[in-house]
Ligand binder design. Structure first.
Ligand code: C2E
Ligand code: MG
Ligand code: MG
Ligand code: MG
Length: 289
């Protein structure tokens, strides 16, 4: 860091800021051509039954391999895509790609695809879901659309119409990152979600003595059960976290303890060999610290 404060410090931060604004501009420019330049991929992370370690579905997670910067995290490029409207093309691509790739998998493995608020609000959204299904030939109930609460910011007829249309199509709906936004129960009342994904934020420290997170998770699980929805806990990394999720009645587990997101070739290969059972592998968080 800059020494001596004053001007030097100001210049230090100022140039760093400039650099990040510059880099952001570069990323936005390059993201425009990332699809046609074949730099975008989907990786798939297993979603596992809490009862028997069996994979019941996967979540498609977008990856950008930039020729100069290497792997750019979706936490970086998805917000850029959202602000620049590129998310529409990227999101439509992800829907088509995920359905097409999932078609080759045996059994009734589900594929979950993230949909941004801007994509959800776009007039072409329902058409793009319909086409992803019809062009791939996937059974609609194998496709799960993951939405966050931010889709309700512009709560209007479009939102209601979209939910009705998605239900008619027969796709499944998951409420992603639950607990990070306003978590208004009104959304759960009116929107026909099949699943609540409990945000990673409630998992961190969940096994620390005195943590309030187990009580919150218990409440989410009981709410979900009462509304006939299943729960998935995201971000499970440690054995004691997994044990606690099972104890609290969470239905499904997603996290590094089972697997990070993997390339389609790997996922297809494992799935082709039959049922996919994964041994959980990880530390005990309480002992590790
Ligand atoms: P998300 O939808 O909540 O996805 C879960 C994120 O948690 C993924 O990050 C995943 O790799 C990460 N994760 C899974 N297990 C663990 C764990 O045990 N520990 C930790 N620390 N992290 C874990 P990823 O792939 O970096 O994606 C970040 C976010 O970017 C996603 O959060 C989603 O909001 C967005 N995103 C990714 N792909 C797409 C896409 O195709 N379309 C849209 N609209 N958004 C996407
Ligand atoms: Mg998600
Ligand atoms: Mg999430
Ligand atoms: Mg998210």
């Amino acid at each position: 860091a800059a020494k001596g404060g004053g001007r030097g410090q100001f210049r230090f931060y100022s140039s760093e800021l400039h650099e990040s604004a510059e880099k952001r501009r570069r990323l936005e420019e390059d993201l425009r051509d990332a699809l046609t330049n074949d730099q975008i991929r989907l990786k798939y992370q297993p979603i596992v039954s809490a009862k028997n370690d069996t994979v019941i579905g996967v979540e498609a997670l977008m990856r950008w391999v930039h020729p100069e910067f290497g792997d750019v995290s979706p936490a970086v490029f998805i917000p850029i895509a959202e602000e620049s409207n590129l998310i529409i093309a990227l999101g439509e691509w992800a829907l088509r790609q995920a359905c097409t790739e999932a078609m080759t998998w045996p059994g009734n493995i589900r594929v979950a695809v993230n949909v941004s608020p801007a994509q959800f609000a776009h007039p072409n959204f329902i058409t793009s879901v319909t086409q992803a299904i019809s062009h791939s030939g996937i059974a609609p109930e194998r496709l799960e659309i993951e939405l966050t609460e931010s889709i309700f910011v512009n709560d209007d007829e479009t939102t209601d119409g979209n939910f009705a249309a998605l239900k008619r199509l027969g796709v499944r709906l998951a409420l992603d990152d639950f607990g990070t936004g306003y978590s208004s129960l009104g959304y759960l009342k009116k929107a026909p979600f099949d699943k609540i994904k409990i945000d990673k934020g409630f998992i961190r420290d969940v096994t620390v003595p005195g943590s309030r997170n187990p009580a919150i998770i218990t409440a989410i699980v009981s709410l979900a059960k009462a509304l006939d929805m299943v729960t998935t806990a995201e971000g499970i990394e440690a054995r004691d976290e997994l044990a606690l999720m099972r104890e609290l009645g969470v239905d499904q587990i997603q996290g590094y303890i089972y697997s990070a997101a993997r390339p389609v070739e790997e996922v297809s290969e494992v799935l082709a060999s039959g049922a996919w059972v994964i041994e959980p592998q990880g530390p005990d968080k309480q002992r590790a610290e």
